[in-house]
Ligand binder design. Structure first.
Ligand code: GDP
Ligand code: PGA
Ligand code: MN
Length: 611
């Protein structure tokens, strides 16, 4: 067999024997036609995209509008993360529970080995050495992904630092996370007959499995980003959260921005919002208020660790953006619109007749005719969506006009404030400040948000999503809360201030009251005012609330009365909320659940008073 004869340029770099052995084992298990080591080069990108165009997996967009860019249409049954097929395979089920699906590692391993057995017959097996974070950085981590999907290879090359630099840095003894992925659709059947490939192969059986003790990922049956680009949610959140707990750092579902005030003072904010709740938009915010500048460091994930000065430092472990396309346009997110000028892979959006892409919200008026995300003729009269609500763009961060120079710094940036937010049509005010780290952790632990199209299942159902980590914490959620409390103790008076925000309050007609997007700069201005001690806050049971006249509303079309309603404490709603939180806290194991959070709930209930 020529299995281990690398075909690409990275033949120059010999993998360390541990990696070579693992690759060898997986090749024996999955029996691909050949093994290709990925080097992340332009030549490789050109070859892969050309092959995928020939195969029908990608459509080349008109280079006049969108150079070196492609559209992928997934199978309609493979469009989002599959949370019900996502498992944490810890030895003890209590280490995964109560919020994660659990499988016994030994049993899961057997089942997966059967599924992966010969699953790559007739296909190419790609080996992707990658680094999450700048190669060799103190906060960075290595991984090696194996996949039989060229779409995954091209996407990983945009989203992470792949290739020889990472491979060379993985010297023997360096920790790296093995991440195995297969579409689960061999091209040669048991009788040795070769079948035609489809544009988007995937298997009805899907498994997204994480082994926290051995720090491994096995993903089977899906080609969709969140299920298949294993550096992202699987490694950078589920596996990394376990590493972080063990090693005293934090792996969080957070964007990172650098904010410069009119006085030229610099602040860094990290913000956790659930999927499709505004991280990418806030990360690329173009402020409407004069004198303010917001630059992007990351849009989805933050790895944070106390630095030598005791302050929390954060890096964005990724190298690109996997953003929600619908709703992204020049009026909502001009920065993203400019970022995706070219060199971009679009997934499940519409194709215009002129060979460019389109989605709802990209332009005010739709094209007269297009091809929808499923490949059907579409006109504005069709009454259907042209793009899937979870349609995505995949692009490197260095194309983003608002990217901060520091985004690539291995030491990261010092975090001054942490924001928690979700889609809450009622109850949660526009902004509030925690009086303490403990109250901030309470805010994170009690987050709830309406479900979105980023995961399969019902959309618009309010569910608890603590720290926006419900689908991403790789271990017991009560332990995760305790880790947050412990990090606060470690950081002491150097801990960032914590705020809660909510852009999604609605009026009686269900319309958003707060204009959001670029106008969110006004909330950032208030937050910075609080950090600087320039602005006052009204102390309430749910934290410090802004005084209406101290919130910059100049030039906003929304009436002061409407704003007043969303910045105040809605006491009856919070009394109901406190009762719901008590019920929610009851779902956790008493012995693991931090006493600090119970004390916060008691205090909230007491301070809210009787009805
Ligand atoms: P992410 O998945 O958390 O990165 O979320 P995105 O930033 O991609 O946004 C997801 C969806 O929420 C998109 O349709 C956005 O248009 C919408 N969105 C983002 N920010 C705001 C906001 O401030 N207000 C409102 N009403 N919608 C927003
Ligand atoms: P996001 O999730 O919406 O938080 O960007 C990405 C995903 O669904 O994998
Ligand atoms: Mn995003």
């Amino acid at each position: 067999m020529t299995l281990l004869a690398p075909r690409t340029a990275s033949a120059r770099t010999r993998p360390n024997p541990e990696i070579a052995d693992w690759v060898d084992d997986i090749a024996r298990l999955t029996t691909p036609d050949e093994v290709v080591w990925v080097d992340g080069s332009t030549a490789e990108w050109d070859r892969l995209t050309k092959e995928m165009v020939a195969q029908g997996t990608l459509i080349r967009l008109n280079p006049e509008w969108r150079p070196n860019s492609f559209l992928a249409r997934s199978d309609p049954a493979d469009v989002a993360r599959v949370e019900d097929r996502t498992f944490i395979c810890s030895v003890d089920p209590d280490d995964a529970g109560p919020t994660n699906n659990w499988r016994a590692p030994s049993i899961m391993r057997l089942e997966l080995s059967e599924l992966f057995s010969r699953s790559m017959r007739g296909r190419t097996m790609y080996v992707i050495p990658f680094s999450m974070g700048p190669v060799g950085g103190d906060l960075s981590q290595f991984g090696v992904q194996i996949t039989d999907s060229p779409y995954v290879v091209a996407s990983m090359a945009l989203m992470t630092r792949v290739g020889d630099d990472a491979l060379q840095a993985m010297t023997p003894g360096t920790p790296w996370v093995p991440a195995l992925h297969s579409l689960g659709v061999p091209l040669i059947d048991d009788d040795g007959v070769r079948h035609d490939d489809s544009p988007w192969p995937h298997n009805e059986t899907k498994y997204i499995c994480h082994f926290p003790e051995t720090r491994e990922i096995w993903s089977f049956g899906s080609g969709y980003g969140g299920n298949a680009l294993l550096g992202k949610k699987c490694f950078a959140l589920r596996i990394a959260s376990v590493m972080a707990r063990d090693e005293g750092w934090m792996a969080e579902h957070m964007l990172i921005v650098r904010v410069t005030s009119p006085e030229k003072k610099v602040f860094h904010l990290a913000a956790a919002f659930p999927s499709a709740c505004g991280k990418t938009n806030l990360a690329m915010l173009a402020p409407t208020i004069p004198g303010w500048k917001v630059e992007t460091i990351g849009d989805d994930i933050a790895w944070m660790r106390p630095g030598p000065d005791g302050r929390l430092r954060a890096i964005n472990p990724e190298r690109g953006f996997f953003g929600v396309a619908p709703g992204t346009g020049p009026s909502t997110n001009p920065t993203a619109t400019q970022t995706i000028w070219g060199n971009t892979i679009f997934t499940n959006v519409a194709l215009r007749d002129d060979g460019d892409v389109w989605w709802e919200g990209l332009t005010d008026s739709p094209p007269a005719h297009a091809t929808d995300w499923e490949g059907n003729d579409w006109t504005p009269a069709s009454g259907t969506r042209a793009a899937h609500p979870n349609g995505r763009f995949t692009v490197t961060a260095d194309q983003c006009p608002s990217i901060a120079d520091e985004w690539n710094s291995p030491d990261g940036v010092v975090i001054d404030a942490i924001l928690f937010g979700g889609r809450r049509p009622s109850t949660v005010p526009l902004v509030s400040q925690a009086r303490s780290w403990q109250q901030g952790v309470f805010m994170g632990a009690t987050m709830a948000s309406e479900t979105t199209a980023a995961a399969t299942g019902e959309v618009g159902r309010l569910r608890h999503d603590p720290f926006a980590m419900l689908p991403f914490a790789g271990y017991n959620m009560a332990d995760y809360f305790a880790h947050w409390i412990a990090m606060g103790e470690l950081l002491g008076d150097k801990a960032p201030q914590i705020f809660s925000v909510n852009w999604f309050r609605t009026d009686a007609d269900g319309r958003f009251i707060w204009p959001g997007f670029s106008e969110n700069a006004r909330v950032i201005e208030w937050i910075v005012g609080r950090l600087e001690g320039d602005l006052a806050a009204r102390a309430t049971p749910i934290g410090g609330l802004p005084l209406a006249h101290e919130l910059n509303l100049e030039g906003l079309s929304v009436g002061v009365d409407e704003i007043q309603a969303i910045i105040d404490l809605d006491k009856p709603a919070w009394q109901r909320e406190a009762a719901a939180i008590a019920e929610y806290f009851g779902t956790f194991d008493e012995t693991r659940f931090p006493a600090e959070l119970r004390r916060e709930l008691d205090r909230l209930t007491r301070d809210l008073g009787p009805d």
